[in-house]
Design a protein around this ligand. Structure first.
Ligand code: SAM
Ligand code: SF4
Length: 395
């Protein structure tokens, strides 16, 4: 049997897409290899949100090239956001790559492999014109009781730092009936927790018929009513789309977890404006108060970027203040990374690397202290938990 090995970079959407890539390869009769060295088909599902994943991919591709010199029949495939950003250039840069595809064109990998390289040219790129939901593909789930469920693809926001809209395109929502059919099937298979996925998950449905039955609040209610689903999570919502009906639905649905991932990005209204986030520090804090007012014991997590162009010490101190004031249970912290083609990459006043490093260390210290405090407050309480499996860092 021919074997495959998939390496995944980046966000939850990529983790979900990788399960679909594996499902597609299994459907073609391939089995999963335990290491890359044993594989006949090596797939990289890439991320390009910051420069770091680009650099990590380059190192991984170096290893794949060496492997392919020893095993010339091996197929090297590159998918995901970096592939979409590079398109045909990927073959110029890495001539040993056989096939490449974007997040919306995973099927292209199956077409190429299925044809054994015949009919679909080597070095052809899956075109964006035929973008489809990866949720339409078979899947090979990592965990028996948890599942990702894609509800939309793409993003209509114009955050000045972000490459996502360029590589994942305009927002397209999946039909509610398809989502519910998938959730119902998952529940029958024993899944207890679903995480609804979208780049901007709570603007779900705006592109569908503009009636009140297709919004994110209605979707939460519909998923909540599926027998067997005990926990519902969703990521990533945008603060601007956290409307009162969504908060009400969260509060009213038994299965929706008391958790919101609410990307702050910056605590300075001036920087938020320059980022084109469309909310101010005050509006964000009001939203936090509304959420906490409606959902007792709500856990809050966030994303923060430090060193956005023009960020002064005073702006950064505002980010620390908001972080302290909200008291996040956890935060993903990022050093701003200029991405070619985004508005912010061309802005003046780029912050020097050492200053960005110094600021992120101060932010991480604060985030860890606060998260530790949040955890300590739960000691001695009785909580419902979902056992996911042994820890990755300590079995
Ligand atoms: N759509 C989601 C949102 O708006 O929160 C997720 C977008 S992205 C996959 C995840 C996070 O990466 C963002 O929330 C942001 O904090 C960070 N990010 C995006 N572009 C970045 C950049 N150029 N440099 C540093 N961090 C970035
Ligand atoms: Fe990027 Fe902003 Fe869209 Fe999130 S909402 S994917 S940060 S453009």
């Amino acid at each position: 049997m021919r074997r495959y090995f998939v390496t995944t970079f980046g966000c939850q959407m990529n983790a979900h897409d990788s399960e679909r890539i594996k499902g597609l390869l299994e459907d073609l009769g391939l089995g999963e290899a335990t290491t890359q060295d044993e594989a006949d088909v090596v797939v990289f599902n890439t991320c390009t949100i910051r420069e770091k994943p680009d650099q990590r991919l380059a190192a991984h591709l170096g290893n794949a090239a060496a492997l392919k010199r020893r095993k010339p029949g091996m197929v090297v495939a590159v998918g995901g956001c970096y592939a979409e950003a590079q398109r045909e250039r990927i073959f110029e840069r890495y001539p040993f790559v056989d096939v490449a595809f974007g997040p919306g064109t995973i099927r292209h990998l199956g077409d190429w492999l299925g044809a054994g390289g015949v009919g679909v040219a080597r070095h052809s790129f899956g075109t964006a014109g035929e973008r489809r939901f990866s949720a339409e593909l078979p899947t090979q789930r990592e965990r028996p009781v948890q599942a990702w469920v894609q509800v939309s693809m793409g993003c209509n926001s114009v955050c000045a730092y972000c490459i996502v809209p360029q590589v994942r395109g305009r927002e397209v929502s999946r039909r509610p009936g398809e989502i519910l059919a998938e959730v119902t099937a998952l529940a029958r298979q024993g899944v207890r927790e679903v995480t609804l996925l979208g780049q901007n998950v709570n603007s779900y449905g705006r592109d569908l018929a503009p009636d009140a039955t297709t919004g994110f609040a209605e979707l939460l209610r519909a998923v909540d009513s599926v027998d067997g689903i005990e926990r519902i999570r969703f990521t990533s919502p945008h603060p601007k789309d956290f409307r009162p009906d969504v908060i009400e639905a969260m509060a009213g649905c038994d299965a929706v977890c008391e958790h919101a991932h609410l990307p702050l990005q910056s605590g300075s209204t001036r920087i938020l404006k320059s980022m084109r986030r469309t909310y101010s520090r005050e509006r964000y804090l009001r939203l936090v108060a509304d959420l906490r007012g409606a959902i007792p014991d709500l856990a809050l997590t966030t994303d923060v970027i430090v060193g956005f162009p023009g960020e002064t010490e005073a702006d950064f101190l505002e980010t620390l203040e908001v972080t302290e004031e909200v008291g996040f249970d956890g935060a993903f912290t990022f050093v701003y990374s200029p991405r070619t083609g985004t508005e912010a990459a061309a802005m003046p006043d780029q912050v020097p690397e050492e200053l960005k490093r110094e600021r992120i260390e101060r932010l991480i210290d604060l985030v860890q202290r606060i998260a530790g405090d949040c955890n300590r407050q739960r000691v001695g309480r009785t909580e419902q938990v979902l056992v996911e499996g042994p820890s990755r860092t300590d079995p």
